[in-house]
Design a binder for this molecule. Sequence first.
Ligand code: FES
Length: 136
Amino acid sequence: MYVLYEIIFNVYACYTKGLMKHPQEKIFVAHTKEIVDPGSLSFHFEQENKQIEGFLLKQNAEYRAYLNRCPHTGVKLNWNPDVFFDLNREFIQCSMHGALFQPLDGLCIHGPCVNQSLQAFNIVIESGQIYLLLPC
Ligand code: FES
């Protein structure tokens, strides 16, 4: 019964946000000016009573957002809070075993999880503010 109530509540929440055609929740994560190019920034939010950790990237004026979880073992990728790039700021690098991921699509191109990908979030930028678009 509680699950049914939760589903009805979530559908209602999407409806009231005007997102019924493509139910999505919009979560603000950062202002575009908070990220240098190339650079990265951690963020977190709560979903279904779980803390979700992710990070934003900016490279060549392109923005991407990924879940902070390496596909090799599931650990967080970064050594430091907002540092996800390798030393050359060319690839995302896992701090555990050094896997390298392409910034624009999250594909691992070197290391123990080659051909696996980071989990990407859909994002939208409006008036200099970056939002995640999550399915409701
Ligand atoms: S945990 Fe990331 S490469 Fe092994």
